[in-house]
Structure formats: C-alpha cells, structure tokens
Design a protein around this ligand. Structure first.
Ligand code: NAD
Ligand code: DAU
Length: 350
C-alpha cells in the first residue's frame, strides 16, 4: 500500500516545489495536491509532473468543511503537509478577514478532519504545518529568532499564521495528534507569483517599469532559495521529532535596497545593458503600514539535529532565479495578466 500524503497549497510557489520533489523522489507515496487555485495558485507550475501516476490534483477550498470531511473520508490520508494560505502581507493589510478565514479557520478545518479520521489511532501519522518567521515579530539591529523566541506578530498575515501555529500545537497536546511546525524566512526562486519583492522587481526591470521600494529601503530580510526550503521540508517530514518546531533560514540577511541593487546589477549584465541602467528605475514610495524592520533566523537547530544547510549562496540562487524568469517569459506574462493587474493598480495607485 502506498502512503497517502496530502499536500495543501501545492499549486502555489513553495507548494509546487514540494509537490514536484515528493512526486519525483518517492514512488512509494501517492501525493494528493489540494488547492483552491486562488490568484496565487497556478497549475502551470506543475505541468512537468501532472501525469505521473503517483500524483492526483484535487481542486478544493480548505474553508469548505463539508468538502474537506468528504475528501478525508474518501482518501484517508496518512499525513498532511499544510502550505495552503493567504501569504502576502500587503494583501493582509487590505483584506484581513480573508487571512483569518483561510489561515486560521481553514487550518482548523483540516486539523479537525484529520482528528475525526484517525481518532486515537495516530501510529505513522503526521500533521506538518508550514509557517513563517514573521510570527516572531520584528528584530532591532541585532539578535536572531530562535525556536523559543516569543510570538509577537505585527501584520494580519503574521497574526493569522501565529494563530494557526497555536491551534496545531493545541491539537497535538489535546488530541495527541503528531505534528511538526517549521518557521521559515523569505523564499525566492522560480514559480513565485510576481507580487512579492524579487519576482515583481525582475518583471519590472524586464519591462522598464519603476521599482517601488517601500520607505527608505532599510528593512532587512533573510532570504532562502526555495529548493533549499523544499529540501528542508523533506528532511523534517521524514526525520523531524513529534511536537518540535524548526526554524529554517538562509543565514543570509539583506537590506532591501542592497538586494534591489544586486538584482539590478545582475539583470543589467544578463540583459547586456550598461551597468547602472536598471538602478535608475528605483523609486522610494510610501511605506507599508506596520512594516517589520528586520527578520533574521537562527537555523542552527535544524542544522545540528537534521544535518540541513542551504545548498547555494545567495548570489548563485539569485542568478539561477533570474535565469528562470528570463527563460519562462510566457509563465511571467500569463501570471501578470487579468486579475493580477487589477490588484497591481490598486496597490500602487499612490
Ligand atoms: P502562495 O501564495 O504562492 O501559494 C498559496 C497556495 O495556497 C496557492 O496555490 C493558493 O491557491 C492556495 N490556497 C490559498 N487559499 C486556499 C484555500 N482557501 N484553500 C485551498 N488552497 C488555498 O504561497 P507560498 O509563498 O508558496 O507560501 C506557502 C506557505 O508557506 C504559506 O503557508 C506561507 O505562509 C508559508 N511561508 C511562505 C514563505 C515565503 O517566503 N513565500 C516563507 C515562509 C513560510
Ligand atoms: O519572512 C517570511 C515571509 O516572507 C513569508 O511568510 C511571506 O509569505 C512572504 O510573502 C514574505 O513576506 P515579506 O513581506 O517579507 O515579503 P515581500 O516580498 O512582500 O517583501 C519583502 C520586503 O520588500 C519587505 O520588507 C517589503 C519590501 N517591498 C515589497 C514589495 C512587494 C518593497 O519595498 N516593495 C514592494 O513592492
């Protein structure tokens, strides 16, 4: 019997890398990808593996309790890797209730369906919740987020993710449901919807559009290549210890403005433009409300306990990422048409 693994949000950015990895690597698993295909979900991301016989796509909304219960009853999943979420901080500022609904209630509906399916019979079962470093709030100039840093979220997005983490832990304690949680820093790589910093700016540079840097650009993020996040998820899924949290990060902090300048330079060289051309597109605009100053992850626990570390340097990862967008212009054009444009106009109208 093949192990049945449900991956939620598998048509999104990180989810598609995780689905691809699990489908290609584990013939003894059947991977079910449950995704509502919101603006961020794109089945084009999985074209290369969609006809594999250990893969099934299920279109569905995690907020639809009746549907989720029906699907769980039908497929009897052994484990869940839960990525489905509203994931963009800026959207959470304009639509906070949607974030509470999907990220908190949607997660609870999955937890509840899993609990009702297995009751006390938890042998070889796992609920793996994918979360973010943003639950820890904002750092000043020094210090790192460790697994014991108290939660202190500042945006509706991070508050909803923090709440979902708490519910996962509560189901583990109350119903003995085996779980692990990972809190990861900013991901970048191919297949990322071009509203987040890196793909948005690559697309704008390609189209000679302005690069809207929030505030003074002196905000710091830790960046991790998405393939390295998928490798970490694979390791934690197989070797992570029940009830543990693991922080995942790239040991790679960048101020936004320095990162944007590096992107501009790499793109100028790749596009055979005079170095300095793209930097002229940088425009400082109104800051994000409640903008967290700095995120930085201490990823030593996953390194020591599970032997994980990033496989590429940031310069290599960024170069690979830019090459991916340059070779996938049709993907980029398809995702930047239609609904995305309406959102773009309302976000950057000022
Ligand atoms: P994404 O926005 O690219 O993808 C989210 C996916 O979830 C999409 O395919 C979307 O269709 C699906 N989805 C949304 N609402 C749904 C619903 N109600 N029912 C079913 N499917 C739904 O997000 P991402 O960047 O790939 O992030 C995936 C997960 O990783 C999220 O939980 C996010 O909080 C977490 N995370 C992201 C990052 C990052 O840098 N992107 C870092 C750390 C953690
Ligand atoms: O830290 C992990 C988180 O990283 C994930 O949990 C989120 O799902 C993911 O979206 C990401 O959140 P951020 O808010 O850090 O990512 P974003 O790409 O939106 O922004 C990165 C930084 O760049 C942030 O300081 C805001 C800034 N920025 C962003 C955009 C879109 C700009 O200056 N201009 C922009 O147009």
């Amino acid at each position: 019997m093949k192990k049945k693994i449900l991956i939620t949000g598998g048509a999104g950015f990180i989810g598609s890398h995780v689905v691809r990895r699990f489908v290609s690597k584990y013939q003894n698993y059947h991977i079910y990808n449950l995704d509502a295909l919101t603006y961020a979900g794109n089945l084009e991301n999985l074209k290369d593996i969609e006809s594999e016989n250990n893969y099934t796509f299920l279109k569905g909304d995690i907020n639809d309790e009746a549907l989720i219960n029906e699907i769980f009853k039908k497929y009897k999943f052994d484990s869940i890797i839960h990525l489905a979420a509203e994931s963009h901080v800026d959207r959470s500022i304009s639509e906070p209730l949607l974030f509470a609904k999907t990220n908190i209630l949607g997660t609870m509906i999955l937890l509840n369906a899993f609990k009702n399916l297995w009751k006390d019979n938890w042998r070889d079962k796992l609920f793996y919740h994918i979360s973010t470093d943003e639950v820890y709030g904002s750092l000043k100039e020094t210090g790192l987020f460790t697994e014991s840093t108290p939660y202190d979220p500042n945006s509706p997005y991070s508050a909803s993710k923090a709440s979902s983490d708490h519910f996962v832990r509560a189901y583990g304690e109350t119903y003995k449901m085996p779980f692990v949680i990972t809190n990861c820093s900013n991901n970048y790589g191919g297949f990322q919807f071009p509203e987040k910093l890196i793909p948005l700016f690559i697309n704008n540079i390609l189209n000679n559009k302005s690069l809207p840097v929030y505030g003074d650009g002196n905000y710091t993020r830790d960046w991790l290549y998405v393939v390295d996040h998928a490798r970490a998820i694979d390791l934690v899924f197989h070797n992570g210890v029940n009830k543990e949290t693991y922080n995942i990060g790239g040991f790679n902090e960048w101020k936004n403005i320095d990162l944007v300048r590096l992107m501009c330079r790499q793109l100028d060289i790749k596009l055979s433009r005079i170095v300095g051309t793209s930097e002229k597109l940088i425009t400082f605009i109104k800051d994000r409300p409640g903008h967290d100053l700095r995120y930085a992850i201490d990823a030593n626990k996953i390194h020591k306990d599970l032997g994980w570390e990033p496989s590429v340097t940031f310069e290599e990862g960024l170069s690979k990422t830019i090459d991916w967008y340059l070779s996938n212009k049709t993907w980029l054009e398809n995702t930047t048409s239609g609904k995305y444009k309406d959102y773009y106009t309302s976000q950057y109208k000022s």
